[in-house]
Design a protein around this ligand. Sequence first.
Ligand code: FMN
Length: 460
Amino acid sequence: MLRQMHLAGFQIAAPVTHSHAAWRHRDTRADFLDLAYYQDIARTLERGKFDFLFFADVLATPRTYADDFRDPIRRGTQAALGLDPTLVVAALVSATRHLGLAVTKSATYYAPYDIARSFATLDHLSRGRVAWNVVTSLNQAEAQNFGYDEPLDHDTRYERAEEFLEAAFGLWASWDEGAILNDKASGVFADPGKVHELDHAGEYFKIRGPLNVPRSPQQRPVIIQAGSSERGKDYAARWAEAIFEIDPTPAGRRAYYRDVKDRVADFGRDPDAVKILPAVMPFIGRSEAEARDKQAYHNALADPISGLITLSLHTNHDFSRYPLDEPVADIAVSGTLGLFAVARALSLNNDLTLRDVGKLYAQGVMLPQLVGTPEQVADQLEAIHKAEEADGFMVSAAHSPGAFHEFVDLVVPELQRRGSFRREYAGPTLRDQLGLGPASLVPVPRHRFTPRGMRRVAAG
Ligand SMILES: Cc1cc2nc3c(=O)[nH]c(=O)nc-3n(C[C@H](O)[C@H](O)[C@H](O)COP(=O)(O)O)c2cc1C
């Protein structure tokens, strides 16, 4: 049978997404502080039978670039403002019935109890449609909003995130299924023998439990991750059920896909139980020329300095210190290593200057732009999918919500006609749409973790 692709919509509860030009686009609505804006996006994606709507999040106004937060605000860069996505998603639960809802929440600055409780609550209210994008916050401005001077170093962030998820899994297992009796006649509300303490005492957390939310429809949220460094890919391979990736090159996507699926198998998991979703930005026209005009109009609005502000935020490194018209320097950054590696490879392989990379970052954080008629965009998606570069896509809108309308009205029917995307939802839960099977609350053992290079040597 034809392997169908998965589709998610990328969003930030803010005026821009990957496209820093989005807020200035002639077709973008300005009511991004209004629930109606997000309801429109969610209902549109649900009409298009999307797997889920995804909300990214950052916990600070950017200030890494030139140590200044005012310029990002003036320019309206990514993360210049952002509503709390958990609350936006809570409000979207009642606007949708099938669409999955994914929220980014940091495993660096919150407590496992707090997060486990929020997601168990959302999973109940949505009847099993919620996912958690586990991020390891990396920027100094975020650290300074949570009582620290500096962010945790790269590997410590991931160590903490390992223990964070082990603890969260334990909390979600607090209540056995069937613990609630609700027996009005006998006066027994719930069976205390079916509710368990956690008594977790680790390096980073001490948690007694039990969680005060009963077992939820999916047992726990679907786990999403976006690790792109060596350590990050191992983290994703241990925990993730969907992985969000950015790479504009077919060779890079193919290498990532193979590498991560191999790592998933190394952890004793089924590689098909982890869906890899690279992000793409479509430009759709009635003719190819019209689509190219739309792309050109959008890209002309993207200013390189906005892009460098976000590159600096993501890498936790101040790129205002380097000449704009020279290649991206070979420097050690402390933020996201994987995204910086992609930016540097782009610069080296295509003779791009720092200004050019800033422009690509502003256009869409280096996302590949898929341009053409609905048939041509469907062709491009199918080609990436069939080449084993992706199990599906994170669709990012160049203007909002209109780009989602175009995609759902024009590209989705074409994909459905070809049999490469679903016509109906597979079941009530997000796990059903992703074809994941029942969730386990037993963490994949940590002792399997060794750096990938060492495993290769051991295997000869
Ligand atoms: C495609 C992609 C999307 C990400 N989205 C977010 C996000 O929304 N919020 C956030 O705090 N970090 C985000 N991150 C950062 C990751 O959580 C992680 O901190 C970062 O990738 C550092 O790890 P690495 O060195 O393994 O890449 C993202 C990273 C990637 C590669």
